[in-house]
Design a protein around this ligand. Structure first.
Ligand SMILES: Cc1ncc(COP(=O)(O)O)c(C=O)c1O
Length: 444
């Protein structure tokens, strides 16, 4: 297996002499040449020249059919003509101001109309800031300090959610999830305030939520977990957590930074389970930096600056900047129910074709995902939580990722990805046939 990975890496290196130089240069100025954890992979990332529709072109002249689409965010593809048109017009009018624009009201209106839980919304510049603020307002509203999150759940890089995310398998407590810091030097106070729960295990969640009901301000969760290759929650689990949190006076936050793309109103609409607060990012900014948090008007009112002033003061130089707002609006307006239906149908076709390919080669696999999101796990076990996901073969994921790159197809390094509105059965089949070639090489 490692020999095969070595061969794929060698081929990659051969095809990327110019990127290798860029990596070398960037290492002089940036730690490891990088500003972003997910953009680096071994031996070095390719450097991008430009994107065009479904394709990404690197500085070495290679072209990739892109299913990474900047971590699911570019749902209408690269350099979407409508986004380009809106951004070009806005850039001439000014890119950011200290004062509000009507573009902010329009995008907020679209989100409130579409997302069942969102009565009121506030913009920030990243999903990280969105989850930070949703947790902050949950604590301020409830007057309680602790938060609960799930083992393996990623919600950005703020302190509260940097607990028990990508813990190596050997460091997990066999007794069950515990608060494990993502990096050294994390404040013990944060770790004491974060309760970590097992996903899809209602019984254990119930025991813990009951035990800590008087201390817990909120539960933050993804209804479709990105880190588990978009494995969806079991419906009875989502409903159970909703009922419990409501009964116990704990606010429920859905992190829909990624899952918003599964339906006009996000996964909460698809599953019919409505949280108190929702965090957003990625597609709602049309490819520009973005985050948003919203939900119950009485909770969001803590940010209201009118009258006596806000309970939570919150500034941000680029919050709701018009570039992001017009790009987001241009994208959201294209996302009609018909478009979602088509994306969902193609996602279903892709997942079943991928399963068939691995079946042909007798490779044990679980293909997870919902609507336009997909993930591949090399395990015979159903992926329902962090631990079942981690029991899969991660070397195979690396091998598939690198092999697909050499075939001109880009996925996430964790063998997952998403479709865009530009995807047709032709692109689905291209991904499937590239996968067949890679698996053929691996098995051969
Ligand atoms: C579910 C989820 N929440 C939050 C974030 C953080 O968003 P950002 O990278 O914009 O800070 C991400 C980013 O990948 C995410 O997937």
């Amino acid at each position: 297996m490692l020999e095969k990975l070595r061969r794929e890496i060698d081929l990659f290196v051969e095809k990327h002499p110019r990127s290798r130089i860029s990596q070398f240069e960037s290492e002089k100025h940036l730690p490891g040449g990088s500003s972003r954890g997910t953009s680096y992979f071994d031996p070095f990332p390719f450097f991008v020249d430009h994107g065009e529709g479904h394709y990404l072109h690197d500085v070495d002249g290679n072209r990739y059919l892109d299913f990474m689409i900047n971590a699911t965010s570019l749902i209408t593809g690269h350099a979407d003509p409508l986004v380009v048109k809106e951004l070009s017009a806005q850039v001439r009018k000014g890119v950011s101001f200290s004062h509000p624009t009507d573009a902010q009201v329009r995008l907020a209106g679209l989100l409130c109309e579409r997302i069942p839980s969102v009565e009121s919304v506030r913009f920030v510049n990243s999903g990280t800031e969105a989850t930070l603020n949703a947790i902050r307002v949950a604590r301020a509203f409830s007057g309680k300090q602790k938060i609960a999150k799930f083992e393996g759940g990623y919600h950005g890089s703020n302190e509260y959610v940097s607990v028990s995310v990508n813990t190596p398998r050997e460091k997990l407590d066999p007794g069950g999830p515990k608060a494990i810091p993502e990096f050294p030097g994390m404040s013990q106070a944060i770790l004491d305030d974060v309760l970590v729960l097992p996903y899809n295990d209602l019984k254990v969640c119930q025991e813990n939520l009951l035990r800590y009901r008087n201390e817990l301000s909120c539960v933050i969760m993804e209804p479709v977990v990105s880190n588990f290759g978009y494995a969806p929650a079991k419906l009875e689990f989502l409903r159970g957590i909703r009922d419990l949190t409501e009964e116990l006076g704990i606010l429920l936050i859905y992190d829909e930074v990624q899952s918003f793309r599964v339906a006009p109103g996000g996964a909460q609409e698809l599953f019919g389970v409505v949280p108190d607060l929702t965090t957003l990012g990625k597609v709602i900014g049309g490819g520009m930096p973005v985050g948003a948090f919203g939900g119950r008007a009485d909770v969001m009112a803590l940010y209201d600056p009118t009258g006596a002033g806000p309970v939570i003061g919150h500034a941000g130089t680029f919050n709701a900047n018009p570039m992001t707002m017009v790009a987001g609006e241009a994208v959201i307006q294209q996302l009609t129910p018909k478009v979602y239906a088509r994306l969902g149908r193609l996602g279903g076709i892709l997942r079943s074709k991928l399963e068939a390919i691995f079946g042909e080669f007798n490779v044990e696999v679980q293909v997870t995902g919902v609507e336009s999101l997909f993930g591949i796990h090399f395990t015979s076990e159903e992926v329902v939580d962090n631990r079942s996901m981690l029991r899969g073969d991660t070397d195979m994921k690396k091998l598939l990722f690198m092999g697909l790159l050499n075939e001109g197809v880009l996925t996430q390094a964790k063998a997952a990805g998403s479709l865009s509105t530009l995807t047709t059965e032709t692109e689905v089949d291209r991904l499937v046939s590239a996968t067949r070639s890679v698996v053929d090489r691996i098995k051969g």
